[in-house]
Write a protein that binds this ligand. Structure first.
Ligand code: UD1
Length: 395
């Protein structure tokens, strides 16, 4: 089974890594049935947003890099589709595997399906209910046309069934991002990030919180971004905050002239310390020791839950409600007073209300590969034989 695995942006890399690892183990220990091909679309391209993750996660150099870079949604999606079509025509895979909800996920899914190539979507069925989010559009459309839908929880199965997707396409496997987290906790513990940020005092670790912000709905609107900054500034009077900052957010800070909220070092008395985007191990180690995480990311809500660190999500909705019902997450929106209230409540709350979601056990990628192995080469071939016209077209 020739499988193209697609990775495009930062949150994809930690999802692809365990699947690639499980494929290799299957080939070595069981039967050599998979021929994996790794395609990087190049949606993220800065060292800190891409290569540093390949290094930490021990990912091989991609077989192909489409180098599409940044652009409007249409430009980025279109460039990925044009580049990926050529890749498909060259390699003629039996299956394309995509992860997450970024523009590359949707672009590669449409391209493969139009060439009648089956698609597997990992992290399927998540829904925020907010069609203003580009990711929600990407999720729904990807799921609608994919052939194998791998979900992280049973609510996602329900979402898919409600949208009319047939049950036999849906496989509840658990969370590959959490596979990676478990696998890397030991290596992350060796990170020097706490020393670099002056967060140690002798053998003790100073109390601190972590911020991440990159959603267009938060950082592309001056008023919203400013209100969030005011809340962070207030919170930082109680707890110093570390802010590894996404390039989009750095750009906005400069253009809005709100850099005065942020400083460079605790040693200079700054209370909100801004850093470049951190590597996977540094960021994991930082989060593992944080008193609280304030974020608008999706994946960090899940990671915070497993690390049992209270998480405030600065959004009006989440596609990951399980992190609220079973994890440490709390939706606080973007208004200053609600963020501060959420912070005060989270600091008072005792640990102990956490229930690890079902199948978030580090084995999700193994389950996926087991299922893919079961989808025999014959079956994939018979799918192609049903559509001889299309196959001839790209041969
Ligand atoms: C993308 C995903 C989002 C995901 C996020 C993780 C979509 C629609 N969005 O958002 O779901 O949560 O990645 O980070 O696919 N930039 C750089 N260097 C880079 C990459 C980006 O400087 O390596 C800057 C550019 O100015 C670019 C901006 O960041 O225009 C936004 O990048 P883009 O990939 O368009 O979207 P993200 O906000 O990163």
């Amino acid at each position: 089974m020739k499988i193209i695995l697609v990775a495009g942006a930062r949150p994809n890399f930690m999802k692809i890594a365990p699947i690639l690892g499980a494929i290799k183990r299957f080939n070595q220990n069981r039967e050599r049935i998979f021929e994996p091909i790794l395609v990087h679309t190049g949606q993220h391209y800065d060292f800190e947003m891409s290569q540093s993750f390949f290094n930490d996660l021990n990912l091989p150099k991609p077989d192909i890099n489409l180098e599409v870079g940044s652009g409007s949604h249409a430009e980025q999606t279109g460039k990925v589709m044009i580049g990926f079509e050529k890749v498909l025509q060259t390699f003629m895979p039996d299956l394309v595997l995509v992860v997450g909800d970024i523009n590359s996920t949707l672009a590669c899914t449409i391209t493969a399906k139009k060439l009648k190539i089956p698609v597997a979507h990992v992290e399927s069925g998540l829904r925020s209910g907010d069609m203003e989010m580009p990711e929600e559009i990407n999720r729904k459309l990807t799921d609608f046309i994919s052939d194998y839908l791998f979900t992280t929880d049973l609510k996602a199965n329900e979402n898919l069934k409600r949208e009319g997707i047939s049950e036999e396409k849906i496989f509840f496997v658990g969370n590959v991002m959490i596979d990676t987290l478990y696998h890397h906790l030991g290596k992350a513990a060796l990170s020097q990030i706490l020393n670099h940020l002056d967060l140690r005092e002798g053998l003790e670790i100073k109390p601190f919180g972590v911020i991440t912000l990159h959603r267009p709905s938060n950082v592309d609107h001056f008023q919203t971004f400013r209100e969030i900054c005011e809340a962070l500034s207030e919170i930082s009077k109680t707890l110093p905050l570390i802010f590894p900052c996404h390039p989009r957010t750095q750009e906005r800070m400069k253009s809005y002239g709100i850099e005065h909220f942020f400083g460079k070092s605790l040693l200079h008395g700054d209370r909100i310390i801004i850093t470049s985007p951190l590597s996977y191990h540094d960021f994991l180690n930082l989060n593992a020791h944080a008193k609280i995480i304030l974020t608008d990311s999706g994946g960090i809500q899940e990671e915070a839950s497993i690390l049992q660190v209270p998480c405030l999500t600065l959004r009006e909705n989440t596609e990951r409600p399980i992190t609220i019902s079973q994890g440490t997450n709390c939706l606080v929106g973007t208004q200053k007073e609600n963020i501060i209230k959420g912070f005060n409540l989270a600091m008072e709350r005792k640990k102990g209300s956490f229930h690890k979601p079902e199948k978030w056990d580090g084995e999700a990628a193994e389950r996926i590969v087991e299922i893919l192995a079961g989808i025999s080469k014959n079956k994939v071939h018979s799918l192609k034989e049903e559509q001889p016209f299309a196959v001839q077209n790209w041969m």
